[in-house]
Design a protein around this ligand. Structure first.
Ligand code: PMP
Ligand code: GLN
Length: 448
């Protein structure tokens, strides 16, 4: 895919660079067109596998989005916003629509048991992606080390690299299991290994809780271990908590920022797409102390400026409703995990019925399973240099019309070889989709 070519840069100095062949545009311009910072972020698992899933019209348990409707109250709030007068269709405040930042401050202030300043301590952006991008651009400098806990949502690595940072990886590893069922809680960090990654060049650590793709929900002691190191080495924590409401079997999500000494060094990231099952809405936020947030706001105002007013207004109304209903059975943040709990068990059962052993997730949208026991002839010559899970997922798409995601995509290149025997399933799907997936798996088993 890559070819070493010689390029002429602006200052007429000959340099050699690794340039992906599909970037070598056929133009009559002799200079290199792309910015060098893009050279390490060329691959994208979502582009590759969503395209393939669409091409083969699969039963799609791949990309993480609900295929059922968002709640009616959310749709109503958008309709009302559309009819809400001229201001709903114009620019709003750059750092977040006032109605939305006010309710986010109130809502998360209650959870964190502290007063949050809606104007100085919140940024609303284009999805959690936008909030994360602003955080990396604002706080990671050329040469800064950024510790990334593997497996990680892939954009952390790209965003660290695009900011000029150096990703330093530390893996959650499955420990020896004692119980009858596997759980995402079995994936743990080694305290000594984690501590060894921190040094004077470390600027930030990125954690994702609940984790995508494992579904791990970090225990208080695990978060405390990370917090102690952050405080000791004066490191910022980017805590991606987009699945914070989605925990199962009594697992409890703890916000990193709630730990003693962590508010002043934590950027908590959230997503309305994940909160209200409307991933296409692209409303996300970063919450943190003013001395950090003002830099994210600066990046945001000079790049995206703001996220669409209508969506922000509708999300604000939905959060106002959640605030009223907080902790009750009518709260969507209670109803959604209850609904997903059933889907999660249904998918786990389907996987077990064909002899797979899923790691039951404590939270989030996803479930992973080891595929090494499945004996499949994967001799497709077009993909022979790829990790096993990539080849397996492609085979599953093409031969069985079932879409999933290879878990090694959530690892650095250094670690990929050690984690190429797992695939990820999304269970946030309509029951008919889960049933169709089960039928595919059962038929496959019967053929064997
Ligand atoms: N973080 C994680 C862990 C995710 O899985 C996703 C994907 N939804 C995002 C961030 C991005 O969220 P959003 O769609 O709100 O940009
Ligand atoms: N967060 C979702 C997932 O992990 C979707 C990511 C994407 O499509 N960029 O599947």
């Amino acid at each position: 895919m890559f070819r070493r070519v010689v390029v002429l840069n602006g200052a007429a100095v000959w340099k050699s660079a690794l340039i992906p062949t599909h970037w070598q545009d056929k133009t009559n311009m002799s200079r290199q067109l792309h910015a060098r910072r893009l050279e390490k972020v060329e691959e994208n698992v979502w582009l590759e596998f969503t395209k393939l899933a669409a091409e083969y019209k699969v039963v799609n348990l791949g990309q993480g989005f609900p295929d059922f409707s968002p709640p009616c109250f959310l749709l109503e709030s958008l309709c009302n916003a559309i009819k809400g007068g001229p201001s709903m269709h114009q620019y709003t405040r750059a750092f977040g629509h006032p109605r939305l930042v006010k309710i986010l401050a109130k809502f998360f202030g209650r959870i964190l048991a502290r007063e949050i300043d809606p104007m100085q301590e919140i940024l609303v952006s284009v999805g959690a992606y936008g909030a994360l991008f602003c955080a990396f651009q604002a706080l990671v400098d050329e040469g800064d080390e950024v510790i990334i806990v593997e497996p990680f949502f892939d954009c952390y690595e790209s965003m660290a690299l695009m900011a000029g940072g150096k990703p330093v990886y530390v893996s959650l590893k499955p420990r020896k299991v004692t119980g009858p069922t596997l759980s995402s809680a079995d994936w743990v960090l080694c305290p000594e290994e984690l501590a060894s990654k921190f040094n004077s060049r470390t600027k930030a650590i990125v954690i994702n809780n609940p984790n995508n793709p494992l579904g791990k929900v970090f225990q208080r002691e695990e978060l405390q271990m990370i917090a102690d190191l952050c405080i000791k080495h004066d490191v910022i924590c980017f805590s991606d908590e987009v699945y914070e409401w989605l925990t199962y079997d009594g697992a409890k999500h703890i916000k990193t920022a709630s730990l003693p000494g962590m508010w002043e060094r934590t950027i908590s990231v959230g997503s309305a797409g994940k909160s209200f099952s409307a991933t296409g809405w692209k409303v996300g936020w970063a919450i943190g102390p003013g001395h950090l947030l003002k830099h994210l706001q600066n990046v945001h105002q000079n790049s995206l400026y703001h996220c669409p007013t209508l969506n922000q207004e509708a999300v604000a109304v939905a959060f106002e409703r959640e605030s009223e209903l907080f902790g009750t059975d009518e709260s969507y943040f209670k109803q959604l995990p209850t609904q997903l709990q059933v889907k999660r068990l249904k998918l786990a059962e389907s996987l077990r019925s064909v002899g797979l052993q899923p790691f039951l997730p404590e939270g989030g949208y996803f479930m992973i399973t080891d595929i090494s026991s499945l004996k499949v002839d994967l001799n497709d010559p077009s993909s022979k240099n790829e990790p096993y899970d990539y080849r397996f997922v492609k085979w599953l798409i093409k031969e069985k019309r079932l879409g999933t995601i290879p878990v090694s995509a959530f690892y650095s290149h250094e670690s990929r070889a050690d984690f190429q025997n797992y695939i990820r399933f999304c269970f946030v799907k309509d029951d008919s989709t889960l049933k169709a997936a089960e039928d595919i798996l059962r038929q496959w088993k019967d053929q064997k």
